[in-house]
Structure formats: C-alpha cells, structure tokens
Design a protein around this ligand. Structure first.
Ligand code: AHR
Length: 518
C-alpha cells in the first residue's frame, strides 16, 4: 500500500486558528502538525473479536519456567506454582486466548510427558531452543489451570512434526471427553474430573519449517489424515487451525488448500514478525522507521491471504489467524545469557509497534479471526518480563500498557476512519463503537514530529470524553527491573465539542480516547 502525503498544516495557520476555541492551551511548539481525520461512526467494518488481542506461550527461554511458572515450592509468591504477580497482571489486562506449548516446540512435544505425578514425568531435551532439559513440570493440567486463573480461552498446538494422528486424537479425548473412557478417567485421576473443553487446536506449527520441513502438498495430506480423528468429544467441537504461510507466501496457502480437497480447516495460521536491526534498547530512529514500516507489508499480506481464502468455495468461512506477530529485534547475547533464549526488552518503540498492529487489526476486523502476539512473558515482544525463577520481580512492559490502552475496543464494532496515513511515520488511527460509546486509538510513530489530531465525527455527536496516553521522547525508554514504572499510561487531555474530538499526540505516543456520544 502506498503511503499518502502528509498534510502538514502548522497550528499557527489560519485554518488552525479557527479551531483555537477548541484548544485549551497549545502544548507544542509552532512546528506541531495538524492531522485531520473523519470518523464515520455508522460505517461498520466488523466486530473486533477479543481474540485479536490474543497471546502465545512457548517452552522457550524463560517464558514458562521462571516466567509464568515458578513451581509450588518456590519462595516467589505463587498460586499452585503459577507466579502470583504474573497471574494478577494478566488477569487485570484480560487475556482472551492463550496458545501453548509452541511454536516450534509444539511439533516435538508429547503431551503424555506432561501429565501425572510430577516426579514421574520424563526429562526431555528441548531440541529447538538451546538443547535445555525440559522437566515437564508444566503440562496440560498446569496450562489449563493458568488459563482458568487469568480467564483465557486455551489454544493447544498439536504435534504433527514428530507426533502421530493417534497421539493428537488422544490429547483431544483426554481434554474433552467428560467421563467413562480410559482417557477421561485418567484425567480425573490426575485431578480434573470436569473436562477442559478445549476448543482451539493447532494442527502443527510452521510445517514448512521447524514443524517438519514439508512442502504444502505433503502437509495437506497429513492435515487431512489428522483431521479425520480430531472430532467432537463430549460436545466440544474442535476448531482446527492448519499451519499456514510465513508472511505472504500464497504458494503455501494455495498448495495446501488445493490439496486438502474440500476438507478445509476452520482456521489458517499465518506468522509475520517485524524484524529489527538493533538490540531492543539501542535502536536508532532510522532502524525504528524501517521496522515500523513492516506493518504496511503485514497489511498487504493479510489482504492477500484473505483474498486467497475467499477464492475457494467455503473459503470465506476459514478464519485467518495471525498466530505469531511482534517485533523480533537483534537479540542481545548478554540478555540471553542472563534471562534465557530470545529474551527481549520492550521499549517505547516496541509500544509504537504494538499500537500500529492493534490499530491495523481493528481496521481489518472483518478479515481476521484471531491474532496472537509472541510471546506473553520474557520472549520477544512480551507483556511481562521477569528476572528469573528465584526473583519475585515481574515488570509490565510498554507492550502490556498498549494492550491495556486498546482493551476498550474489545467486542465493539470497528468503524471507518478516513484521513490517517497508510504507514509510519504518519499518524495511525482506528475507531470502534458500541451503543453510545466511541473508542478512538492513535499512534504517532514519528521520532521527531508532534501531531495535533482533530477528528470530525460523522453520524454522531460527542458529549464528553476521557483519554490516556503512553509516551516517551526516548524511543529506547523502557520499564526495567530497577525502574518498573518508567513508561506508564497517563491521563491525557481531550477536547470534545459536538462533531469534533481533538487531542495532542506528541512524537512517539500511543493514546486512546473514550467518547460518550449524544
Ligand atoms: O516465537 C518464536 C518462534 O518463532 C516459534 O517457535 C516459531 O513458530 C517461530 O518461528
């Protein structure tokens, strides 16, 4: 998608002066750029499914062990082994869906290793992530308990790479069949009388790569074979998610869908990371711009993949799932050494990326079924960072705060916003509505330009509004173990007057305004 030209109008110009009555007091210098948007409050795009704010936890680095899980005997405050502070923070934010146990790890994970008495569980080597020894002390029951604690819908990724249809079919029965079968009784004997009722099932992960290095037609044959046995057990019909392309690889999607011969999956998973040149806390502005510009490509790929799916009979019913996304910076070896594989800090720049992604998903709410950022704790673009299994330090990252800014959009109807820039460093915006509440989110990804945003509402009148902002003038600013609240959400001023909503968006900021309509 082409980037449209920025409309640069200085606040001091005549056009801006006519709005002066709306502005409490200019907070910017003369170089502030006016950004005019039109919000069509009746032009509905689609419902913003809460699942667009989904998450992913893999047995990788310190995401699970030392992150979410500290163990029942830990001196770190915990609930049955789950890190208490992480449970509280994630519960407060709301995690609509949580995918587990991988990633690459899923295609070499054997679920039986992670059930039954902990002391009897086998130790295995995690071949994908550093050859570490996996204790299996966090398995299916622990995962489901975590989901219950944070009220997340569980999403289990099955093993197609080194597993078998029988193994995966048995996992579904173990989780979902109420009682009477050996597997259901085994689950009960392991402490869970009631079925887990797991709906989301991934049939492999990155089957073109770490999930078996297959060609699409090979995977299609396997997918069809697995799907035959992944049935409804005890009233829970599994929603089967096939391994989709890396980014925009339509060859994979077409190859797969041509060969599944009508046995279409319920969902197709695509992965798209936003790679970065620098280590998380030492980005240059130029490299930030490069990284944020990738969201244009993400948008193109979503549109392309959706078009491919829609081209098949019944293809419209297939949910497009952005199963892994987020910034993947240059990983600092010293961080990996201290905190585990793919440990990455989240900065103001990462927050901008989170905001650009979530704005994009709102605008494409009719094209997407679910989006899971990678990963929930410590790994890549995480919500929380922890200092290790022995420490009770658990910090909410800038990415966490952006998800909290976007929470008000969940389950609302996305509506059209006209006039925003198609790509960074221009202004990004999205809007949603439910009843008399309008939610507007903005991202100013520019490293050096401040924006004044004036929205004209079409179809509704604004009565009053509140706003919150996440902002720092340093693109590398972050919440660390020493300064956990360096970058947090602040109350922000918004001017609401009839058809106009106005707020200032300083360089590098993400904000949400909640407006009551008349
Ligand atoms: O999230 C890290 C890894 O990235 C996942 O294991 C894999 O699916 C992807 O390549």
């Amino acid at each position: 998608m082409k980037r449209s030209l920025s409309r640069r109008e200085f606040v001091a110009t005549g056009a801006a002066a006519s709005l002066a009555a709306l502005v409490p007091r200019p907070v910017f210098a003369d170089s502030t750029i006016m950004q005019r948007l039109v919000v069509h409050t009746d032009a509905e795009i689609g419902k913003i499914s809460p699942e667009l704010h989904g998450h992913f936890a893999e047995h990788l680095g310190s995401c699970v062990y030392g992150g979410l899980w500290v163990g029942k005997n830990s001196k770190v405050p915990n609930i049955n082994g789950h890190r208490k502070l992480a449970v509280e923070y994630l519960g407060e934010l709301g995690v609509p869906v949580l995918r587990w146990p991988g990633g690459c790890y899923a295609d070499d994970y054997h679920w039986r290793d992670g059930i039954g008495p902990v002391e009897k569980r086998p130790k295995r080597v995690n071949i994908h992530w550093g050859g570490t020894v996996e204790t299996n002390s966090f398995g299916t029951h622990e995962f489901i308990e975590l989901c219950r604690l944070i009220k997340a819908e569980p999403y289990l990724a099955g093993n197609v790479g080194s597993g078998s249809p029988q193994e995966m079919r048995d996992w579904v029965e173990y989780c979902n069949y109420p009682r009477g079968s050996d597997l259901a009784e085994e689950r009960a004997a392991n402490g869970a009388r009631e079925p887990f009722k797991v709906r989301y099932w991934g049939v492999g992960n990155e089957s073109w790569g770490c999930g078996g290095n297959m060609r699409p037609e090979e995977y299609a044959t396997l997918y069809r074979r697995f799907a035959v046995y992944l049935k409804e057990f005890g009233g829970t019909t599994p929603y089967l998610i096939a391994s989709g392309p890396s980014g925009g690889d339509i060859g994979w999607s077409r190859g797969l869908l041509d060969k599944v011969r009508g046995d279409f999956p319920d969902g197709l998973s695509m992965h798209y990371y936003e790679g970065g040149e620098d280590a998380a806390t030492s980005f240059t502005a130029a490299h930030m711009n490069q990284q944020l510009a990738i969201f244009e490509k993400v948008e193109e790929c979503i549109l392309l993949q959706r078009a491919v799916l829609d081209g098949y009979p019944e293809g419209r019913k297939i949910g497009l799932i952005l199963d892994e996304w987020g910034v993947w910076d240059r990983i600092a070896p010293e961080d990996e050494k201290k905190y585990g594989s793919l440990w990455q800090q989240s900065t103001m720049r990462s927050a901008l990326a989170a905001g650009l992604g979530l704005n994009l998903f709102n605008r494409l709410a009719d094209k997407l079924y679910m989006c899971n950022i990678a990963q929930i704790v410590n790994v890549l673009q995480s919500l929380l960072i922890t200092e290790g299994a022995e420490s009770d330090k658990c910090v909410r990252t800038t990415t966490y705060h952006v998800f909290s800014l976007f929470k008000a959009h969940r389950s609302k109807m996305a509506v059209r916003v006209q006039g925003q820039e198609a790509s960074p460093p221009g202004l990004s915006a999205s809007a949603s509505k439910s009843g008399n509440e309008l939610v507007l989110s903005f991202v100013n990804p520019s490293a050096d330009e401040d924006f004044r945003v004036v929205c004209t509402l079409v179809g509704s009148n604004a009565q009053e509004g509140t706003a919150e902002i996440l902002h720092d003038t340093d693109l590398n600013a972050c919440n660390s173990f020493e300064k956990p609240n360096a970058v947090v959400v602040q109350k922000h001023s918004v001017k609401v007057d009839g058809s106009k909503v106005q707020l200032d968006m300083p360089r590098m900021s993400v904000a949400t305004a909640v407006v009551r309509l008349g």
